[in-house]
Design a protein around this ligand. Sequence first.
Ligand code: GLC
Length: 554
Amino acid sequence: MNSQSAALSSATPRLESIRSPRQWWKDAVIYQIYPRSFADSNGDGIGDLAGITVHLDYLAGLSIDAIWLSPFYVSPQADAGYDVADYRQVDPLFGTLEDFDVMLAAAHARDLRVIVDVVPNHTSTAHDWFAAALAAGAGSPARARYIFRDGAGESGENPPNNWQSLFGGPAWTRAADGEWYLHLFDSSQPDLNWRHPDVLEEFDSILRFWLDRGVDGFRVDVAHGLIKHDDLPDHDFDAPFEGTGNFGPMWDQDDVHAIYQRWNGVLAEYGGERIMVAEAWVSPPERLSRYVRADEMQQAFNFEFMTVGWDATGLRRSIDAARAITGEVGATTTWVMSNHDVVRHVSRLGLPDPTSWPKGISASDAQPDYRLGLARARAMTLLVLALPGSAYVFEGEELGLPDHTTLRDEDRMDPGFFRSGGRDVGRDGCRIPLPWSGSEPGFGFGPTDKTWLPQPVEFGELAVDRQDGVAGSTLELYRAALALRRGRALGAGDLTWHVSTPTVLHFSNSGVRVVVNFGHSPLPLPHGLELILSSGPGAVVAGGLQPNHAVWLV
Ligand code: GLC
């Protein structure tokens, strides 16, 4: 063990479980807010913290338990805020620390907990530490906080290894003096060296800063990436890999868990109600459950489930596996269908192959069938919200928003589009500013018609005010399903399968029967049960559940 590894492990004694008896997160519904696209209060076209405060009653009316905010910290915004220059300050784009405190207090007053993003794998190149590292030169202590190396080749002209950035191109960039630094994402996002004690101490302090302000937890960005294999070996990118996650010497290294055991201790200082949720793209699912052992994080996103798509057999397998594996470590699983990094599920499920997993959809790709995708998405909502465990809702999914699939290249902002030379269209399509009012400029996103990404015209019909109080709308479906889920404590329930075939999933939880029709013909429903919720007005015709629909019965 080198001295830096020793620093990591000596500072991280394994802790006893600090879990409180209540463990609110185990069945919580957590709503993801992507602040720049949620609501704009000042008319600059970018959503902000004050915009969130304005809409807290709307959120509380959804019967959710918590909100999670993607980054709003000081940042050059090269990766929409996932490139942090100051972890303790609000970027003026989003407001001020005072705006944050106001929002937090107002959320708490409505019994909504607030989780914030922490981005520990990398800083921005605009962070003071990186500026100091560049200025201090090769071999300096300031550089040791990042991953600087000599290049390969006669005069170091080649990157130190063959690692690729997730956004395309090499994962190394050369500094002016000839050393190279590692960045698993954009060149403006240098990876931190998590073997360095300064890094460990700094992030303890960052966590405490936000915990002191009263946040209820953290979503941990790229949680599986902080520790790299010590030798930084080349990786065989063509090696077969049966899974959905990242694989290689840069991901999911065993030592990463010592960091989360340490953070578990930091959160424990604040009582047993604060949580961490891992963004960890790892496979197989057994690897993911390591992040939610009793002395580490409380939740991890179950991305494997998200990637299955419209496939009854795959969903059944995924649900059972996730429940079994997290159950073994005393955790519950999370059900996620969309977030700010993936094509919205309304669009995915409307593709010719509803199990496909495109990185983005552009005008030159096959376009999703919106009506079909929405029907399936609404059926999936009834499936997911009836499952035991915790559920995540990505802003706008309660409106049935699709991706913007015809964005012009000149409007794109995602570094993934630029670094891949346009091969990946990137994630802008799922990040379009929300429509609050069908008739106002910018569909009521803010007080002007400005929106940082253009909205498709279809967003007008899907705006909150067009769905509010309208029977059969997607918004009212979410409101009803979430209220029933809470009232019947489905998140804390248990699951019994009745039928599971390639065309039908049928289970019960806490007295509620859930039937989903994945087939192409109507399905007779069980007799003698009362319909309490259906995925759409035409779901049941003459006692038959129509294809691409779901019902809850009691
Ligand atoms: C995570 C974020 C994503 C970001 C990346 C780099 O995957 O969810 O939006 O680009 O990390 O921070």
